[in-house]
Design a binder for this molecule. Structure first.
Ligand code: SF4
Ligand code: ZN
Length: 354
């Protein structure tokens, strides 16, 4: 049988079947359509303005490595006028993050971008290895996720950037939509499908790969021979997310458009005023100045529990009450440095979470 010809250029031999559309295409057309779709996502959402300082949350994994490469390519091709930086968070996970950070350091050279690494140890006085030795392997990802979110904002302040972009892809977003539905957390749907979010006191954050399929990101990295790190974290990820992931993969196998369809469903949900009212108003953490929905932000609550040897107090109400019964936090408690946005922060459009 004669080799198939690329359905897009009708010139070269098709060497791959595009996971998103099923089209048989050649390598160059795949690069072109993948990059152009990301460019369209960026321009249609007005993500950037010329002169923006943008930090790419870089883990050394496939998503953020491809994101750094594609943003650099598009910035040059379409003259976005962006100053790009790599921002990595070192959670302190021996045998995982230390190795992946070596990849980011090579990416820094390959892509010629300044790199800032901020560690949990530096910011919170705890590595994830130390946290796991205290809390075990059950709630470790809760600590890690809360600490990472703040660490990214704080690293961005240190870089004096206007905007953080992350490598979250369409599969991640569809998974989060499913998880929020499965947990009955409908009020969060609007926020998780927004391409760009900004709390009142945090730095603008966006996901340029919102519509990019994970399989295509892997293909892109493979055919471009990008240098990335593919080992999974040694501490098992959220088991509940695993169910959503398996379910999504099954749906995708039956109908590839399921991923985009779920994102569109999440976007189209009308959240009633009654449900919106269940979301707490934002305030500022009285201890560290970070955005919070309570007097103390989640990171300060978790850190206090760790420091007082009662790590579960940030997880369950019962443990929290037990810690409160022991009296207020001691004066010499280790805390997170006070959070301040860089001065001269430009006004940016706020996409309110629904
Ligand atoms: Fe952190 Fe959990 Fe992810 Fe490991 S799997 S990096 S512990 S959030
Ligand atoms: Zn705080």
């Amino acid at each position: 049988m004669a080799p198939r010809t690329c359905v897009l250029c009708e010139n070269f031999k098709a060497i791959l079947k595009r996971p998103k559309t099923g089209q048989q295409i050649c390598k160059d057309c795949f690069f072109y359509v993948f990059e152009t779709e990301v460019h369209n996502t960026i321009t249609q959402s007005n993500l950037f303005a010329p002169g923006d300082r943008v930090a790419i949350g870089a883990s050394g994994g496939k998503d953020s490595t491809v994101l750094a490469y594609v943003l650099k390519t598009l910035n040059e091709r379409y003259n976005y006028g962006l100053n790009l930086f790599l921002l990595s968070i070192d959670e302190g996970i021996t045998g995982y993050r230390d190795d992946s950070l070596e990849t980011v350091k090579r990416n820094q050279q390959q892509y010629d971008m300044p790199l800032k690494i901020l560690s949990y140890d530096e910011l919170y006085g705890w590595t994830m290895d130390a946290i796991v030795s205290q809390v075990g392997r059950k709630n470790n990802c809760t600590f890690c996720g809360v600490f990472r979110r703040q660490a990214l904002d704080r690293g961005a302040v240190m870089l004096n950037v206007d905007h953080i972009v992350t490598g979250h892809n369409a599969d991640d977003i569809a998974e989060t939509v499913l998880m929020n539905i499965m947990r009955g957390d409908i009020a969060r749907l609007g926020r998780c499908t927004s391409i760009c979010t900004q709390g009142e006191d945090t730095i603008k954050r966006s996901k340029p790969f919102k519509y990019a399929y994970e399989k295509e990101i892997v293909m892109y990295a493979y055919f471009k021979k990008l240098d990335y790190f593919s080992t999974e974290c040694i501490y098992s990820p959220d088991a509940y997310r695993g169910h959503a992931r398996t379910f999504l993969k099954d749906l995708e196998a039956a109908r590839p458009s399921a991923i985009i369809d779920i994102i569109h469903s999440g976007e189209a949900f009308e959240v009633s005023e009654e449900v919106k009212a269940t979301q707490k108003a934002q305030q500022t953490c009285k201890r560290c100045g970070y955005m919070s929905s309570n007097e103390l932000c989640k990171a300060c609550t978790l850190l206090e529990g760790l420091e007082r040897g009662m790590a579960a107090s940030g997880i369950t109400d019962r443990a929290r009450k037990k810690m409160e019964a022991e009296g207020p936090a001691p004066e010499n408690l280790r805390t997170i440095p006070f959070f301040k946005l860089p001065t001269g922060q430009p006004a940016v459009a706020i996409e309110a979470p629904s």
